[in-house]
Write a protein that binds this ligand. Structure first.
Ligand code: ADE
Length: 229
């Protein structure tokens, strides 16, 4: 899968994809993540990418020209399945959206900034508008990092069987059960006996029960989806 991210602040995205699982996914050739500096597409002599908004609205708006050129340049090189815009007024991102994006071949993520982008870009180029939560970030870069991270880890071969995404919280509308590691007892705090029993069936049943109990308690909204009530 190839993800092209268009941003005015490429520096913010230097680190998130260069560690651990995402780094290995890139090294194995399972994911290609390419960061584009929007200013490189500006035809302004000062590489400007924003301008004052028409009408009374205060604040700068990302201009149509550099974005149109960036998107058209990429589209002339390959076909894209989705062109995503990160914005607080987009559709809320969740595991289901991550799952569906992980099935795509090529996507573009355009990071929002300032007071927004010229609406004509949204009307004519953007195929999906995504918010990562009901709060406002200073820009869409961290949202793009969240989307990319959650999608890339789902690609076949990125996670080992042990860390398989199938057992993630949210995949079946259940939170994950608690986990423990050695020692079995620390300063009087004990690991539940069942996990030391060696009985796989008992352990699996316990994990499932715990997942249900935690979801009921911590995320009653998810539990309703799980139980279909
Ligand atoms: N840009 C600013 N806030 C955002 C949010 N919550 N989600 C996506 N992009 C954003």
């Amino acid at each position: 899968m190839r993800i092209d991210i268009i941003t005015v602040l490429p520096e913010i995205l230097e680190s998130p994809f260069n560690h651990s699982i995402i780094k290995r996914a890139k090294e194995k050739g399972l994911a290609e993540i390419i960061i584009h500096n929007l200013r490189d597409y500006s035809e302004d002599k000062h590489r400007k990418v924003d301008d004052y908004s028409f009408g009374k609205g205060a604040g700068m708006v990302m201009a149509i020209q550099p974005i149109e050129k960036a998107i058209e340049t990429l589209k002339s090189e390959r076909e894209y399945d989705e062109i995503i815009f990160t914005t607080p007024d987009g559709n809320l991102f969740n595991q289901k959206v991550a799952n569906s994006l992980s099935l795509k071949k090529n996507i573009i993520i355009l990071c929002g900034h300032y007071k927004g982008i010229d609406q004509r870009i949204r009307d004519h180029y953007i195929t999906m508008e995504i918010s990562v939560g009901d709060y406002v970030l200073t820009g869409g870069e961290l949202a793009a990092a969240i989307i990319t991270d959650s999608v890339v880890r789902l690609l076949p071969g990125v996670l080992s069987d042990e860390t398989s995404a199938l057992t993630d919280s949210f995949q079946d509308n259940l939170l994950s059960p608690p986990v423990y590691t050695r020692p079995a007892e620390y300063k009087g705090m004990k690991v539940p006996d069942v996990l030391l029993s060696g009985n796989d069936k008992l352990v699996d049943d316990w994990k499932h029960d715990q997942a249900i109990e935690r979801t009921k308690k911590l995320r009653p909204d998810l539990y309703r989806k799980f139980s279909g009530s």
